[in-house]
Design a protein around this ligand. Structure first.
Ligand code: CDP
Ligand code: CDP
Length: 209
């Protein structure tokens, strides 16, 4: 069983994908981390994010980088959104994601183009979203929990800018797949969102039988 979870920044897709993986006993891949690793590698090498050659060179990052705390910052997320617009970067990361999805028993993957490009024949697809205000509040709360000051207005502006870049690019833009179920988590607790996600996936898998 392959489950594709896509959606914009801080929509809750990672939390939902992790919970689905635990519920169904499947492995989970947060594909955003791969793009974040490319961004961080490019930054540390002094590369130019607008240069496709520099960005593609940065796809050759060591697996150990995937646990670097700097991957989680909004600055790395914003840089990931710039490097991920290059077709060459997306092509370089594609086989790795498809191999993960194809393992025996299945998998849960979350990102931007899982249901549209990486596994278009996934058994269930969720498009998770929430209002920019709610998403900015969630990110601000996360920062405060880590002892960092958070400017909510600046956070909303960053999230809206990142959405626009991810939805407006030519290569694999963020969009709801025609056969994806929409899950708006704006007014849901994590437990409610997970419960709805499981119900939607179960209904899809039933229909496939
Ligand atoms: O993966 P994505 O960036 O879409 O979001 P996430 O990391 O799953 O969630 C972002 C933050 O929102 C986390 O701190 C979650 O605990 C929180 N969250 C929430 O408050 N309510 C939800 N329904 C889902 C997530
Ligand atoms: O957790 P959050 O939603 O903030 O970001 P992420 O999922 O870690 O993704 C960071 C950036 O990588 C996104 O803004 C996208 O530009 C890019 N990305 C992508 O293009 N395709 C994916 N499958 C996953 C992430």
């Amino acid at each position: 069983m392959i489950v594709a979870v896509d959606g914009p920044a801080a929509s809750g897709k990672g939390t939902i994908a992790r919970a689905l993986a635990a519920h169904y006993g499947l492995p989970h891949l947060d594909t955003g981390l791969l793009y974040r690793a490319v961004a961080l590698t490019l930054k540390r090498a002094g590369g130019d994010p607008e240069s496709e050659a520099d960005a593609v060179a940065a796809t050759d990052f060591p697996a150990t980088l995937l646990t670097d705390p700097e991957l989680r910052t909004e600055a790395t997320g914003a840089l990931a959104s710039r490097v991920s617009a290059h077709g060459g970067v997306r092509a370089a990361l594609k086989a790795r994601q498809q191999a993960f999805a194809g393992q025996a028993g299945g998998a849960v993957l979350d990102g931007r183009d899982i249901g549209t490009v990486i596994v278009p024949d996934a058994d269930a697809k969720l498009y998770v979203t929430a209002s920019p205000q709610v998403r900015a509040d969630r990110r601000a709360r996360e920062m405060e929990q880590h002892g960092l000051a958070a400017d909510r207005e600046a956070m909303i502006a960053e999230i809206v800018a990142r959405d626009a870049r991810d939805m407006g690019r030519d290569n694999a833009p963020l969009m709801q797949a025609a056969d994806a179920d929409l899950l708006d988590t704006s007014d849901l607790t994590i437990a409610e969102a997970v419960q709805k996600a499981i119900a939607l996936v179960d209904a899809r898998v039933e229909r496939h039988r």
